[in-house]
Design a binder for this molecule. Structure first.
Ligand code: DGL
Length: 217
């Protein structure tokens, strides 16, 4: 029987991941769920994020998913340890791509665009400590981006101003550390120009899912 993959995000961000998985594995059943009632999660506390996400993931598990992709950096960086303890299904987590960004930068400066909860998480600090020694990490204020993207109302000017501040700081790699921002990847790339590399984790998640499915087979 074909495997069933649950994909969860607070809102529309995770749809980009669900689409990448569907494209890579047309034979799998992909069930995408989100929490439109409570999006955005990125301005909530760890306790709130855990309390909101756990029942949704538990239902995906109980409904017969084989693997769940937590297509939300905010949930992954704040609550994945507790979620893994409480659930008995493989959970694939997303987190800001600090390691590849630090390996790519030539200016020794990277920018991480992410929600306030992700930027404040211990997991994110640990990623910087482990992989970004000697690299300056710029964290522009994207606090209202997810909410605005959810309503399709993040303006080009706000994107351009943010990218300009990133360029001024000297970054040559921009990490999209929130799946909502995948929807504006082309706008960010256009504003940043071709000397800057913009990275996001869709293909890395596809590769990770392949490994997990091979282990389950
Ligand atoms: N798309 C999510 C992330 O990757 C969360 C956005 C939000 O709900 O604030 O972080």
């Amino acid at each position: 029987m074909n495997k069933v993959i649950g994909v969860f995000d607070s809102g529309i961000g995770g749809l980009t991941i669900a689409t990448a998985i569907r494209n890579a594995f047309p034979e799998l059943e992909v069930r995408f769920v989100n929490d439109v009632e409570h999006v955005p999660y990125g301005t909530k506390t760890k306790e709130e994020i855990l309390a909101l996400s756990y029942p949704i993931l538990k239902k995906l598990q109980d409904d017969g998913c084989d693997v769940i992709v937590v297509a939300c950096n905010t949930v992954s960086t704040t609550a994945i340890v507790e979620l893994r303890q409480k659930l008995s299904i493989p959970l694939i987590a997303l987190e800001p791509m600090v390691k590849p960004a630090a390996a790519l930068t030539k200016t020794k400066t990277i920018a991480v665009c992410a929600t306030p909860a992700t930027l404040a998480s211990k997991r994110y600090s640990d990623l910087k400590l482990e992989f970004a020694q000697g690299v300056k990490v710029v964290e522009p204020n994207c606090a209202n981006w997810a909410e605005l993207i959810e309503k399709n109302s993040l303006g080009q000017k706000q994107i351009a101003d943010t990218v300009e501040s990133i360029l001024k700081a000297g970054a040559d790699v921009i990490v999209l550390g929130c799946t909502h921002y995948h929807w504006i990847e082309q706008d960010i790339k256009k504003a940043a120009g071709d000397k800057v590399t913009v990275i996001q984790p869709e293909q890395a998640i596809v590769r990770r899912l392949k490994q997990v499915l091979e282990q389950l087979a």
